[in-house]
Write a new protein. Structure first.
Length: 77
């Protein structure tokens, strides 16, 4: 619920998600298989997480998304 002007609340199809993070205009989900999902404003690149794999933690800021992989590598968009 809330402001959905950019589709940041469009998470109704997400399944097997173990964590979520909310940025200013995007929402990020961490799947139990290490994949990362994102919905919302795509103009800043904060939702460009489709190639991320083996992620164990995610966080979202105003216009960015950061993750940590199982190997301890930090990824960010």
């Amino acid at each position: 619920m809330g402001n959905d002007r950019r589709g940041q609340c469009a998470v109704d199809t997400w399944r097997d998600v173990t964590a979520v993070a909310a940025g200013y205009l995007h929402t990020v989900g961490l799947g139990n298989d290490g994949r990362v999902l994102a919905v919302g404003d795509r103009s800043t690149g904060a939702c460009d997480v489709s190639a991320w794999r083996d992620v164990v933690a995610v966080t979202a800021g105003s216009y960015h998304t950061v993750g940590v992989t199982a190997a301890g590598r930090v990824v960010a968009v």
